[in-house]
Ligand binder design. Sequence first.
Ligand code: PEP
Ligand code: MN
Length: 359
Amino acid sequence: MMNIREIDIFSGAKRPVVIAGPCSAESEEQVVAVATSLAGSGVALFRAGIWKPRTRPGCFEGVGACGLEWLARVKKEFSLPVATEVATAAHVEQALSAGIDVLWVGARTVTNPFAVQEVAEALRGVDVPVLVKNPVNPDLELWVGALERLYNCGVTRLGAVHRGFSSYGEKFFRNSPQWQLPLELKNRLPQLPLICDPSHIAGKSELVQGLAQQAMDLNFDGLMVEVHHAPSCALSDARQQITPEELSSVLAGLVRRSSLSDAVEFATFRDKIDELDKEIIALISKRMAVSKEIGEVKKNKGVTVFQPFRYKETMERCVALGAGYELSAEVVRGVFEAIHSESIRQQLQIVNKKANDEK
Ligand code: PEP
Ligand code: MN
């Protein structure tokens, strides 16, 4: 059980806690221009990448250690705490000696336990807050593992940043949000502040607002937004950055909801839902009873438990049925994949049990 301590920027009730700044520090002028616009606008922490882990070589890979001085200037001149990304022990040492207030570990680094361990070891005995982005692949254990590695080295002021998950092919968002992963992380570690990075999920500036609202609706604690004074000229992630003015309008447009859920009106609906959940479980169990009977027949006829044709046909039928009830194909598929795999598990038990008995 991790005893996570609060990071200063999260103390006090104000939500969302806003972290903003350019994807990359590009020049001293650019950093100072963005910071000038953000100072005094309610932004709690200024972000800028110095070492940029780009997926392909040849892209802008950051200005390196010289950018740390620009961040130190922002901290001093605007009394704005500053954050940057670290991926190696050398980054950690340089960032700490420049007085960087908060560090974050990026999505590509979190996929690699060796790299995370190196960063964690470099932080042993240093009480600096660290934000951990989700790994690029939707693996909750890897995300939790990175938090644990840091915690085990004495880093107890931790936060998680949800920046979406990469996938292959045509997609609406640059990184699919798969909201169930950050929500499950929050279930496991309720003290951990959850920050949404709508910029990296969106990949396009015009989608930032909607995602920020969705994060608020899901009770996220904060937002990390990429802000550049001239997004189209940005050296990295140009398409997804917004101007300081656009950030103000995104924040002003957010509908904030209370996280309290004890309104009396909920009680009757919740009773109804509890009743329906009971019926769903009873129905699944009825379906399993039929599956078990089929399991007996499969055993007697020497037929394989898994029938690909039938599986495909069931999925297609259920997805089509679900569409008639405005249920997304993704959800119907998820539910029926789970039911089908339980069916298979139970049928395998029948087949194998009988086989053993006959020996
Ligand atoms: C970033 O914050 O600019 C960045 C590189 O993000 P991520 O690690 O989420 O890709
Ligand atoms: Mn970026």
